[in-house]
Design a protein around this ligand. Structure first.
Ligand code: ZN
Length: 280
């Protein structure tokens, strides 16, 4: 346990765990946290669609979370079809080492910017049910929108259902009843229900590893609550077998600070919400 007077807190969120994810890749990135008994929030795709394209990038490339061999396949890949991953993460959930979060349904581009409430409801119902079948030890309490974009209709549906929400602040303006927060921050939507804003991805292949590390250290030093949103596949980009050495060096240097005796408390979204509810 960290000393009680340490109020700094960090939440690790990792997007895009799916049928395509192996325990080995997650272990390579998060094994040190798990060995220390600390939680990671995994945003899990229930039914990843194999021909998902990224339309904000020139040439409409395939979503980088899909391994090359599967790109362009016109079917969905259920997380349930990856029994090894389900067993691995269910054990982690039972031990309190992962929070399983709902990350859309098929993870197609801008999947949750629709205003069609019936579509949103069906995807939330079926997505949460599928994750609960895949991970019986987990309770699905937090939603992370694919591509961090979400419509006000979808946001209001999540609020009504009591989900914690983690997304970028640019989505929030149409719903003035939500907390007005930006950067890295948490605010109460209602009793026991939290909004977690994360406006930057610190460790990304679009930056050099030293720059990622510099920004992550600054976030940790400058915020009571830091939220580090990763994509585990980034550390292997572009789908190499072993993690990229320079990315891992930067990541491990950051984890050294997190795991130091004077480091921050590491919490999950649900754990942080419970702490707020308890008035701590
Ligand atoms: Zn994603």
């Amino acid at each position: 346990m960290k000393p009680a007077e340490t109020m700094r807190t960090i939440i690790f969120r990792d997007d895009d765990t799916s049928y395509f994810t192996t325990p080995k890749r997650l272990e390579a990135v998060y094994g040190r946290l798990w060995e220390a008994g600390l939680p990671v929030c995994l945003a899990v795709i229930p039914e990843a669609f194999g021909d998902t394209r990224v339309y904000w990038t020139d040439g409409n490339p395939h979503d980088p979370s899909i391994p090359p061999a599967y790109r362009g396949t016109e079917r969905c890949y259920s997380i349930l079809e990856n029994a090894e991953l389900c067993a691995f993460l269910n054990d982690k959930a039972a031990a309190g080492l992962v929070e399983i979060c709902l990350h859309g349904y098929t993870h197609t581009f801008y999947e949750f910017i629709t205003h069609d409430r019936a579509v949103i409801r069906r995807k939330l119902d079926e997505g949460a049910a599928l994750l609960e079948r895949a991970f019986p030890a987990a309770r699905i309490k937090t939603f992370v929108p694919p591509y961090d974009r979400i419509s006000p209709v979808a946001l209001s549906e999540l609020v009504a259902r009591g989900f914690h929400i983690s997304t970028m602040s640019l989505n929030l303006a149409p719903l003035p009843e939500l907390p007005r927060i930006a950067g890295f921050a948490a605010g109460e939507i209602g009793p026991g229900q939290m909004l977690y804003v994360c406006d930057d991805y610190l460790f990304t292949y679009k930056r050099t590893p030293p720059e990622s590390l510099r920004l992550a250290r600054a976030a940790l030093a400058g915020n009571d609550l830091s939220i580090v949103s990763n994509h585990y596949w980034m550390f292997f980009h572009p789908w190499r077998e072993a993690p990229n050495a320079a990315d891992m060096d930067a990541w491990n240097a950051f984890l050294d600070e997190v795991l130091a005796a004077d480091g921050p408390a590491v919490m999950s979204f649900s754990g942080y919400a419970d702490r707020v509810s308890a008035g701590e």
